[in-house]
Write a protein that binds this ligand. Structure first.
Ligand SMILES: Nc1ncnc2c1ncn2[C@@H]1O[C@H](COP(=O)(O)OP(=O)(O)OP(=O)(O)O)[C@@H](O)[C@H]1O
Length: 267
């Protein structure tokens, strides 16, 4: 019989299925002859902050893009909010997309638009609203992410790295999503900036009931805000669990990551 401790889904499956907001099964993604992900399974639960780690080039961004439908998959099913994205027609897909927000690795703000206009891009794409309402909503989103009103008319080139991350987060919150995908949100921030960004994510989860899927290399973020961490390696999710659970996982990469010299320097 398979050892349940080696099953990355054991933890998730022990809870009710209603708790799962995103379910991936057998996901396979490749480029030409190279497979990056093979038969990958993953469950993301409602209202959790799930950290996603793995060595460089293991496919963390590819998986996120496959879930978002930006990279095609060769096999497998991805179900979000109970909708299997493979079977979903354009309308149903759009309805799902309206319920999630994304913060890409470099912030990915449009450089020719100011912050207010950037935040309004998803509103224009998905909703029909008056300019006045969109302006009010943009200011509200700025406030949510701790940016001053004066940031609204600034262009990305006029913002610090931390402000760009916050403005991008504000854009990802434009449509009041239930689920947000964050690709290395604290990369490039100084430790104080990173800690305050982490605190913001935590606060948004508490106040908005968000579910957060966060790719990160930041050990401090993993320790301070993630409920569970998923480890990507060997083309699949090797294990999902709390950091304490992962620290007991007999895998060379996991051991050097969580118990290695850099990890111990945190203490
Ligand atoms: N469009 C593409 N065409 C070909 N290969 C790609 C493409 N996108 C990603 N890859 C390859 O897929 C692999 C996984 O890339 P990915 O960016 O997902 O890694 P990652 O785990 O996010 O790495 P990092 O932590 O360094 O950001 C890499 O070998 C990359 O070169």
């Amino acid at each position: 019989m398979a050892n349940p401790l080696n099953d990355p889904l054991t933890h998730a499956q022990s809870r009710s299925d209603d708790d799962v907001i995103l379910r991936a099964r057998g996901v396979t993604v490749g480029f030409g002859p190279v497979l990056v992900l093979k038969d990958l399974d993953l469950d993301v639960r409602k209202r959790e902050i799930l950290g996603f780690v793995g060595g460089s080039g293991t496919g963390k961004s590819v998986l996120m893009r496959a879930i978002l439908g930006l990279t095609p998959r060769r096999a497998g099913d991805i179900e979000v909010f109970g909708v299997n994205l493979r079977d979903a027609g354009p309308e149903e897909r759009l309805a799902v997309e309206r319920r999630w927000g994304v913060l890409f690795q470099q912030g990915a703000l449009f450089s020719s638009l100011n912050v207010r206009q950037n935040i309004q891009v998803p509103m224009r794409e998905h909703m029909r609203m008056s300019e006045r309402l969109m302006d009010e909503l943009a200011l509200l989103k700025l406030e949510m992410v701790g940016l001053p009103r004066s940031a609204a008319e600034k262009f990305p080139s006029e913002l610090s790295g931390g402000m760009i991350k916050r403005a991008s987060l504000a854009r990802s919150l434009a449509l009041d999503p239930e689920l947000v995908f964050l690709d290395e949100p604290t990369a490039g921030l100084d430790p104080i900036g990173a800690a305050s960004f982490d605190a913001l994510i935590l606060k948004l989860r508490e106040t908005l009931g968000l579910t957060v899927y966060m790719v990160t290399h930041d050990l401090d973020s993993l320790h301070s805000i993630c409920d569970r961490v998923a480890v990507l390696g060997e083309k699949k999710v090797l294990r999902t669990g709390t950091i304490e659970e992962l620290m007991r996982f007999d895998n060379a990469w996991v051991q050097s990551y969580f118990n290695g010299e850099r990890a111990l320097r945190r203490v």
